[in-house]
Design a protein around this ligand. Sequence first.
Ligand SMILES: [Zn+2]
Length: 68
Amino acid sequence: MPTYSYVCPKCGRRFDLFHSISDDSPKQCPACGETAQRQIGAGVAWNGSSSRSGLSSAPPPPPRTGFT
Ligand SMILES: [Zn+2]
């Protein structure tokens, strides 16, 4: 079974889960309980400078407040 990376859209927490590929049920953020979004593929960065129209399905970048 592959490992999936998730990111919380609320607090920006990133975590990995190890589950079946057929398991697409919502996963909750371990920090705040918000439903996390699965990141497809490794190295995907939502905070890239590319803002092409047509990629409206991409979630907004997580908030980065609270970090130095
Ligand atoms: Zn969270």
